[in-house]
Unconditional design. Structure first.
Length: 259
DNA sequence: ATGTCGCATTCCATGCGA
């Protein structure tokens, strides 16, 4: 089973790239973030014509997450539990049937949190706490679980080109990194770090200031795995070439293979 | 280099979020 995650920065602007990616990477499941459209505006027919079932949790203008799957999608949960006042479309979870049993997969778009001196930053930290609490309950199920998405978290200095430039940023502040570690420490595996200690493996390059040309990137798109999923993971790839296309997303897909 | 996108409205210019 092949599972990928990709922040597309508007699904309508990225439809050609989406179709290309489905064809060339052939993911069984693709988690999307920042679709930036209401569900009725999502290109559902195009995804279905490519052989995918579609589960959506979108909203107009901002945010928006989705799960595309070649296999049937069951038991969809929309919205992250723990705050009835949170109207952001940032979380969708579903159970995907597989040859080796079912797998639970979530597509998550974490708050950016900048600027840190505003209420955006405590909202981000609270979102991370809510995800940790929810992930605890999911781990108790002892199932293969993949929490995939744009975490808006740079975990360590090796995950950013120039760490000194990011010390005051909500993606890299000590409290942000501590929450990410706390999430891992309930019993999740960072899929990329299960396979390599290398620095300079990035998933995002800003549109501004020639970040792509200078390889001034960040690793902020992550796949966190339960033990049952980690046991089945065989490889991981970052599909970096998607950033070099015309009119790219500022993020590239991350893709894992599981038995 | 104040450097780019995408969305929406205030609608061909501006504000917001990233």
């Amino acid at each position: 089973m092949r599972v990928a995650t990709w922040n597309v920065n508007s699904i309508r602007q990225r439809l050609d790239h989406l179709m290309r990616y489905l064809k060339e990477a052939q993911p069984d499941v693709l988690c999307l973030q920042e679709t930036k459209c209401a569900d009725e505006a999502f290109p559902r027919l195009e995804a279905e014509a490519a052989g995918y079932n579609v589960a959506l949790h979108g909203q107009k203008t901002f945010n928006g997450v989705a799960i595309l799957s070649k296999r049937p999608i069951e038991d969809v949960t929309r919205g992250l539990p723990g705050d009835t006042g949170d109207a952001h479309a940032r979380y969708i979870e579903a159970v995907i049937a597989g040859d080796s049993g079912a797998m639970r997969i979530a597509s998550i778009y974490f708050p950016n949190g900048n600027p840190p001196a505003t209420d955006k930053y405590p909202f981000k930290l609270a979102f991370m706490d809510r995800l940790t609490a929810h992930a605890r309950s999911l781990l108790a199920l002892e199932e293969p679980l993949v929490l995939a998405g744009d975490y808006n978290v740079i975990p360590e200095t090796r995950d950013v080109h120039d760490p000194a430039l990011w010390t005051q940023d909500a993606l890299f502040l000590p409290a942000t990194r501590a929450k990410y570690r706390a999430l891992l420490n309930i019993g999740l595996t960072d899929a990329l770090r299960a396979t390599t200690d290398a620095s300079g493996l990035y998933t995002f390059w800003d549109y501004q200031a020639g970040a792509w040309q200078k390889n001034n990137g960040l690793r902020i798109d992550h796949m966190l795995l339960s033990a049952q999923a980690a046991d089945r993971m065989r490889s991981i790839a970052i599909d970096k070439h998607m950033r070099s296309l015309d009119k790219p997303s500022d993020h590239v897909p991350v893709r894992i293979e599981l038995d």
